[in-house]
Design a protein around this ligand. Sequence first.
Ligand code: TZP
Length: 217
Amino acid sequence: MNNRVPFDLYLVTDRHATEGRPLLEVIQKALDAGVKAIQLRERDLPARELLFLAEQVKALTDRAGATLLINDRVDVCLMIGAEGVHLRADHLPIPVVRRLLGPERLIGVSCHSVEEVREAEKGGADFVVLGPLYKTPSKRSYGPPIGVETLRAAKAGCPIPIFAIGGIQSDRIPEVLKAGAIGVAVISGILTAADVGRAAEHMLEVLQSHRMVPTLT
Ligand code: TZP
């Protein structure tokens, strides 16, 4: 965690992955458990419905003191006053997005390779999400997992935070933190859990207990 990116668990939404439960209810449970950052990623929703949903999610995150990022839609981010956007790999140029959003709002970028991480960092991203690291039921379109070695290589010399994504369950957290991730981004590990609150709480506990602390010399 750092001052600009004050979270290490980033919940990415997918209303088709909630086992039939209303998305807002599931998000509320995650927030109650202590999740401090949500990416609203409902890419198949028409603009108007997305805007309406985003307003409702923003009310929940505001109440919980959490950060809300909107996937891809700079316009929706600005309309609802969200804390930032999360750009996909084939995104608009980051400096252009920065100009629209201003210096305070966060820009996260999805990356699938070391080169994309370097590019996002050079462009001015605040953080990146790298994956899929492991096999995931949530995203087949990105092909095979890129593995923890890619994370290690991406982190070398990279000053911005990297979140690991793709097949992340609690037991993967120690390995990805050791490889240089600041935290994890998760869909199914939380949204499909029978007890959403407990799943989120457990991830937060594991993150906290494995957080890399600088050693004093
Ligand atoms: N980007 C890379 S993998 C992925 C995204 C959005 C899906 C992650 O889903 P899950 O269920 O946490 O593995």
